[in-house]
Ligand binder design. Structure first.
Ligand SMILES: C[S@@+](CC[C@H](N)C(=O)[O-])C[C@H]1O[C@@H](n2cnc3c(N)ncnc32)[C@H](O)[C@@H]1O
Length: 327
């Protein structure tokens, strides 16, 4: 993979080496408007690309909370933030973004970002089992301490459950036929590798799927990854916590977000974007938040030339009601 460590810059003088190109970084900074002394919570810290860029605006004494389901990248994320902004306090939390609000009860956040999906380091490492391009164990766990791997789901779910999962989380038309084939194959051989799983899916869908633009295994891999990591359930739980926090703030009660907190979310497909769009619109309609984006912000041609992964990204942002204590 090309070395993208210095592909972007926080300011004209402060390149931050993170090994990862944060998506829509300029829009994130413009919309979140980070200010000195504020607390920023990153629900999906990854390698800390966004967090490092935000942190430079929080000095001299702001705070950054780095949360991720994948503990393997958290130390690197913390290093990236410290290298970019040595004055900010850094806290690391390993766990699902669904539980992030409980960790912030005593230290409410002024800024919240969630950049959904997977990190390039996860998909680039065949041993993590996310890739259908290179063979590896059929794993797909972002949290390697979780007991349920993708292979375990494929081994234990019924045909109907597999079909439902592939249809719901992969929006795959051939879900029933794929599930039937998986069950037929597993009756005489265990399905344990990504190459084997991809070959079974392609034997039904074809090598490139219906629109010929993507690998035939793409949608089913996505479905399995989403199920293994409960990605949509977690997003919905976080959104419910945000809605509850907005109501509490409106009632004058303290919660895990501060009055006037800015919240941004970056989605990579409609299953992620739909609940964000719905909950943000509902909060705006009820007067509990104001919209910072009328339409989702998308990557422009310059960013797309640097980072093809930004193509499907959609950024939505809101500001909760109430005056921020700083600034
Ligand atoms: C696109 S990457 C984030 C990249 C990050 N913004 C950066 O600039 O480096 C998505 C991250 O979300 C994490 N993730 C996915 N689902 C999660 C969940 N339910 N809870 C917490 N983290 C999650 C992944 O492990 C991955 O590190």
């Amino acid at each position: 993979m090309a070395d993208t460590r210095y592909a972007w810059r926080v300011t004209s003088t402060a390149p931050v080496p993170t090994g990862h190109v944060p998506v829509l970084i300029d829009a994130v900074i413009r919309l979140l408007e980070p200010r000195p002394g504020e607390r920023y919570a990153d629900a999906t810290a990854g390698l800390g690309g966004h967090a490092a860029a935000v942190a430079t605006h929080l000095e001299p004494d702001g705070a950054v909370v780095l949360n991720d389901l994948d503990h393997t990248s958290l130390d690197r994320a913390a290093s990236a933030v410290r290298a970019a902004a040595s004055g900010v306090n850094v806290r690391i939390i390993h766990g699902s973004l669904a539980r992030l609000p409980t960790h912030l009860a005593d230290q409410p956040a002024d800024l919240l970002l969630a950049d959904f999906g997977f990190a390039s380091t996860q998909v680039d490492d065949p041993a993590r089992g996310f890739s259908f391009k290179r063979d590896g164990p059929l794993d797909m766990r972002m949290d390697t301490s979780s007991p349920i791997t993708a292979a375990e789901l494929v081994r234990t779910l019924s045909e109907a459950e597999l079909a439902d999962l592939i249809r719901r989380f992969g929006e795959e038309r051939n879900a029933r036929a794929i599930a039937r084939k998986l069950v037929a194959v597993r009756a005489h051989e265990p399905i344990t590798s990504t190459a084997q799983f991809a070959a079974i899916v392609r034997s039904i869908v074809g090598p490139t799927g219906r629109n010929r633009a993507i690998d035939g295994a793409t949608r089913t891999f996505q479905a399995l990854r989403i199920a293994v990591n409960d990605e949509i359930g977690s997003i919905e739980a976080l959104l419910r916590s945000i809605a509850r926090a907005a109501q509490r703030l409106n009632a004058g009660e303290a919660t895990w977000l501060t009055p006037g907190a800015r919240i941004a979310m970056i989605s990579f497909h409609s299953l992620e974007d739909r609940p964000v769009k719905r909950v943000f619109a509902d909060l705006v309609e009820r007067g509990l938040a104001s919209a910072l984006t009328r339409r989702p912000v998308r990557a422009g041609p310059d960013e797309l030339a640097r980072n093809v992964r930004a193509r499907p990204a959609k950024l939505r942002a809101i500001r909760l009601r109430g005056e921020s204590g700083i600034g």
